[in-house]
Design a protein around this ligand. Structure first.
Ligand SMILES: NC(=O)C1=CN([C@@H]2O[C@H](COP(=O)(O)OP(=O)(O)OC[C@H]3O[C@@H](n4cnc5c(N)ncnc54)[C@H](O)[C@@H]3O)[C@@H](O)[C@H]2O)C=CC1
Ligand SMILES: O=C(O)/C=C/C=C(\O)C(=O)O
Length: 487
């Protein structure tokens, strides 16, 4: 029988009777793997009420030490149920097991631990001031939870990105109403079981499922009792959520789209650069906001680099995620596949040379219903082609030669987005110089997606608002108040 996923509110999964259900299909073969109950306004109201009540209950009374211990217990329970999380995330996304076991699920557990430790160790400022009577006064700051946080999640790295928000939100003493992507509801539901098992008080973690506009997502973001909203996803959606948050002057933290540049100099460690760009363009079937869709290669090595990248791309092994031989998965949905294939066609219309890929692979009969596309490399497009300017969010990149540092910095910056860049060179002084000039939230030098969770993470320009990570997350998830004591 097909499993039904319902909302998790006030510590309990809601009954499915009478709910409006929609199908969750496997990206691998198109089978219905679960039916999801869309939470109507009344259910979102209940979730928000539960979250508000929890702020005043046991959760609100816990010491920082107690909260931190509880989050460590959550992380430990995730690790204990590691295989269940891997299985759920593979079912939702279709991505190979090694991506789940090495990146996405361990990061989910780490996201709780790191912020539990941050809140225990971060000081607040204090200032002693002079007063006319000579006795002085002491100012010190205290941090308070912001309240109920609306957490709106994308589908591309569901567990990692959801817990990246939950870890600091809960560590700071907030409560949450999470809206997972309609494409990937499974790990958020599983986390409900974990929260209940380790005794996180009821109402602290609530999950409501559904769509975005005119559905559950909008009910959360427009809810007047939601105090702040954190969101990862498309820039256009961020704009809609920001409009909703303006009502009631609620704070937002956004990580949005990217059209990131990869830059390879002729002096780079060639094999490492090919490997790094390959990962940055094709990991997770290119569905990573930090991924590289524009690759600039210094002219003397352009052809050699193109051929080496092509060889790597043509060696990917399509297959089911649980098959350990698979290195490459499907896109998330047929809708997203149509979008990506639309860009594949547009690239040709705009005059691209297709180096490899550009279409749909011939899959065995049992996988034909899946959302498969070929990993694709283009050359020869002009800098204003839509495929070079717009975020595709698929397994594809355009390679273009460059001749000078100034030229490539200008090319990298010539975009509305500013999320990340990856630079490959052995000339570290040049790399540092470029990192100062490229307008992005994170520059990787001779690496990509190497994440230290203490560092500020977020996007410049239209790639985001605010920074999360380490102490920076506390800026969003707490309100800092000043206390002034006359001595
Ligand atoms: N930069 C990134 O990290 C990501 C970018 N994308 C891009 O976004 C495109 C569309 O993917 P989607 O998952 O549909 O992204 P999206 O931005 O539309 O949706 C992300 C989340 O926001 C919710 N949502 C959508 N509209 C909303 C609204 N008006 N109010 C409240 N919640 C709302 C969705 O239900 C989902 O949970 C992709 O093709 C890709 O280009 C998608 C996921 C992540
Ligand atoms: O490592 C992080 O904290 C964030 C990673 C972001 C993505 O993978 C994404 O949004 O695609």
């Amino acid at each position: 029988m097909t499993r039904i996923i319902t909302s998790f509110i006030d510590g309990e999964f809601q009954p499915a009777e009478g709910a409006r259900l929609f199908d969750k299909r496997s990206p691998v073969d198109g089978r219905v793997i679960a039916r999801i109950a869309e939470a109507p306004q009344a259910e979102v109201d209940r979730a928000v009420r539960a979250a508000r009540a929890a702020l005043r209950g046991d959760w609100g009374r816990m010491t920082v030490e107690q909260r931190a211990a509880m989050l460590h217990a959550v992380a430990d329970e995730i690790t204990r149920r590691f295989d269940d999380f891997v299985e759920a995330e593979m079912a939702d996304t279709g991505q190979p097991s090694h991506v789940m076991t090495h990146v996405f699920i361990p990061r989910g557990a780490a996201n709780f631990k790191i912020f539990a430790d941050v809140v225990k160790n971060v000081p607040t400022e204090s200032f002693r001031m002079d007063t006319p009577d000579g006795r002085g006064a002491l100012n010190y700051a205290i941090r308070k939870p912001k309240g109920v946080i609306g957490v709106i999640c994308p589908w591309n790295a569901p567990f990692l990105l959801m817990t990246w928000k939950l870890g600091p939100a809960l560590a700071c003493g907030n409560t949450v109403v999470v809206k997972p992507s309609e494409e990937t509801p499974l790990t958020a539901a599983l986390l409900g079981e974990v929260m209940a098992k380790v005794g996180v008080p009821k109402g602290v973690y609530n999950v409501v499922n559904g769509f975005g506009p005119k559905s559950t997502g909008e009910f959360v973001t427009t809810h007047p009792q939601v105090d702040a909203i954190t969101f990862t996803g498309e820039t256009r959606t961020g704009t809609a959520i920001m409009k909703a948050a303006a009502e009631g002057l609620r704070d937002v933290s956004f990580e949005l789209g990217g059209k990131n540049a990869g830059i390879v100099f002729a002096d780079a460690d060639f094999d490492a650069a090919v490997d790094g760009i390959f990962r940055s363009a094709f990991l997770n079937t290119g569905q990573v906001c930090l991924g590289t869709e524009r690759v600039y290669v210094e002219r003397p090595i352009f052809e050699r680099f193109r051929d080496a990248l092509k060889a790597k791309v043509e060696a990917v092994r399509y297959g089911r995620p649980e098959d350990h031989a698979s290195t490459y998965g499907p896109l998330i949905s047929q809708e997203h596949r149509d979008k990506v294939l639309g860009y594949y066609q547009r690239a040709v219309d705009e005059g691209a040379t297709v180096v490899t890929g550009g279409g749909v692979p011939d899959m065995p009969a049992d996988l034909k219903g899946g959302c498969w596309v070929q990993p694709t490399i283009w050359t020869g497009l002009s800098d204003d082609a839509s495929v070079v300017r717009e975020e595709i969010f698929g397994p594809c990149c355009h390679l273009r030669p460059f001749d000078s540092e100034d030229e490539v910095v200008a090319l990298a910056n010539d975009n509305v987005y500013g999320l990340s860049t990856t630079i490959w060179t052995q000339h570290l002084a040049r790399a540092h110089r470029m990192a100062e000039r490229i307008e992005v939230g994170i520059t990787w030098i001779n690496s990509w997606f190497l994440r230290d969770l203490r560092t500020p993470f977020g996007g410049s320009k239209q790639s985001g608002i605010g920074r999360e990570g380490g102490v920076h997350s506390l800026e969003f998830y707490t309100e800092t108040r000043n206390v002034c004591v006359k001595l």
